[in-house]
Write a protein that binds this ligand. Structure first.
Ligand code: SF4
Length: 217
């Protein structure tokens, strides 16, 4: 028997923790323009995130598209204090199904049927090809492995990480300059900069990691 999910108390606790990740059932909200790129961000496969639903911190198994935080960098951008959703009648599916009183009901299934950039960008959109190229060349799962090898002193891995960092930076210049993408939309098209997405890359970028100090003469 399927247990009924307790009704939302509209207390705002979930909303203050951050915006929801989206499912394919939210595509009409994307198509209507309510959930446009400037309001979305991508968390890439392999990205280290805190999981507010299932708990814990770790690499993501699948790409997620989620609502961005509000101006204070926390909470959902549609949340208004004291406890109002400014898009309540059009809120995403996760907001409709997640209950503070029964988070397990969503935790078991919420990584299924997740929305990704591939669902949003038309296959013949040149931006789709650019995003796919960036994703392949800066694959976070592979980069995490390379970073660990670089930190252990493996020079070829260190060079591969450095190349990926340069390529990521180049894409973040190229899309606004050549493809007409607003700089504010980059967190949707490319996700977060590599050093923010991968803690181990920050370690590899530190002294003794990716960039070794030059010994003094
Ligand atoms: S969309 Fe509305 S209900 Fe969902 S997290 Fe944001 S403010 Fe809360």
């Amino acid at each position: 028997m399927i247990e009924a999910v307790p009704a939302c108390r509209r207390c705002g606790v979930c909303c203050r923790r951050g915006g929801p990740s989206l499912s394919r059932r939210d595509l009409p909200l994307v198509a209507s323009g309510l959930l446009r790129p400037a309001r979305l961000m991508v968390l890439r496969r392999g990205e280290h995130v805190a999981d507010n639903v299932a708990g814990g911190v770790g690499p993501l198994a699948v790409e997620l598209v989620r609502l961005r935080p509000g101006p204070d960098g926390r909470g959902c951008l549609f949340f208004r204090e004291p406890h109002t959703c400014s898009v309540h009648s059009e809120r995403p599916e996760q907001c409709r199904t997640l209950s503070c009183d029964a988070p397990g009901a969503v935790a078991a299934t919420y990584l299924e049927d997740r929305l990704s950039r591939r669902d949003i960008l038309a296959s013949d959109d040149p931006l789709a090809a650019l995003c796919a190229h960036h994703e392949a060349e800066t694959d976070l799962v592979r980069l995490a492995l390379l970073c660990r090898r670089a930190l252990a002193g493996h020079a070829p891995s260190r060079e591969e990480v450095a190349r990926a960092v340069r390529l990521d930076a180049a894409f973040r210049e190229l899309l606004p300059a050549r493809a007409g993408v607003a700089a504010a939309d980059l967190p949707f098209y490319l996700g977060r900069p590599l050093a923010r997405a991968l803690p181990v890359l920050r370690a590899a970028l530190g002294v003794g990691g990716l960039y070794k100090p030059v010994p003094s003469a």
